[in-house]
Design a binder for this molecule. Structure first.
Ligand code: F6P
Length: 320
């Protein structure tokens, strides 16, 4: 491997900069040239490719977002786009590519690997929804940001003795909701993985909880369940208890990464380069059972990851 390309793809996540920095500096330290690709696969197809030095990644480890910029790229789903991307990598001498992103981005990496570009995926998403790994870059920062915001909503909710629905991100996955639900001591967590919940039972529980002396009722609603605004209206009508909905939105994706995100992202970025230099391709870096590991991308994409039922059951007990 003489030249490694690095790109970030899909939704940005705090810690991506730490991973970029690690890729650049690890490769340079081993005598390998690095090219940064701006705006993910979209930028690759437009040849937005820049040479990167160690100084180009100075002062970024503490910054949220991604300094390489990111995009979601529909053309990479087409055979024509994939062929073009592989040809551009060859044109720029990129014989190894590190793709920092989620499952969608790994599909692009998988195609490029089949077309002769050595690729390694690094899991970057606040959603934690990549089955082969217990850690994804950005989740720790996002879940802490959401937790702090929910604490603030709880203060005002208690003062007004209200029911508050707080919607957190996560696309179709409920990890942010589950963690916040437990960490914020929510009365109820609504998860997409749990399918339909019983709204009549929820309404009864709200009334009953207030009768038992609760000063508020916090519902953490996952984005994949959605409908928070209308649910708030229905609860208020049915219970007579003032109910407000707060959708936390993109604030969860920003901010300076936590120590954990900087640390894990740094190790994963370095490991991605090491794998390329060992001659590996079509792999994704993961973290499992206390170790940094790697999996075949084809296998990783076939894995399923459910919500940990035991944790979900505990969340209900602790809401007493
Ligand atoms: O995948 C990260 C994520 O923030 C999801 O939680 C959310 O569903 C989605 O991205 C939002 O995407 P966008 O920023 O394109 O609206």
């Amino acid at each position: 491997i003489r030249t490694i390309g690095v790109l970030t793809s899909g939704g940005d996540a705090p810690g991506m900069n730490a991973a970029i920095r690690a890729v650049v500096r690890t490769a340079l330290s081993k005598g390998v040239k690095v090219r940064g690709i701006r705006r993910g696969f979209h930028g690759l197809l437009k040849e937005e490719i820049i040479d990167m030095s160690a100084r180009d990644v100075a002062d970024i480890i503490q910054r949220g977002g991604t300094t390489l910029l990111t995009a979601r790229c529909k053309s990479m789903m087409t055979e024509e786009g994939q062929q073009k991307a592989a040809a551009i990598c060859k044109k720029y001498g990129i014989d190894g590519l590190v793709v920092i992103g989620g499952d969608g981005s790994f599909r692009g990496a998988q195609k490029l690997a089949s077309l002769g570009v050595n690729t390694i995926g690094v899991p970057g998403t606040i959603d934690l929804d990549i089955a082969c790994t217990e850690y994804t870059i950005g989740f720790d920062t996002a879940v802490n940001t959401a937790m702090e915001a929910i604490d603030k909503v709880r203060d005002t909710s208690t003062s007004h003795e209200r029911c508050s629905i707080i919607e957190v991100m996560g696309r179709d996955a409920g990890y942010l909701a589950l963690w916040c639900g437990i960490a914020n001591g929510a009365e109820r967590i609504l998860l997409p993985e749990e399918h339909d919940y019983d709204e009549a039972e929820l309404i009864e529980d709200i009334k009953e909880s207030m009768r038992r002396g609760k000063k508020n009722y916090i519902i953490i609603n996952a984005e994949g369940v959605g409908d928070s605004i209308n649910l708030a209206k229905r609860i208020e009508t049915a219970t007579g208890i003032e109910t407000r909905a707060t959708i936390l939105g993109h604030m969860q994706r920003g901010g300076s990464p936590t120590c954990k995100d900087r640390m894990y992202a740094s190790i994963m970025g370095s490991k991605a380069v090491d794998l390329l230099l060992e001659g590996k391709s079509n792999r994704v870096v993961g973290y499992r059972h206390g170790e940094y590991v790697d999996f075949d991308i084809d296998e990783a994409l076939k894995m399923n990851k459910g919500i940990p039922q035991y944790q979900y059951e505990i969340s209900k007990i602790l809401a007493l």
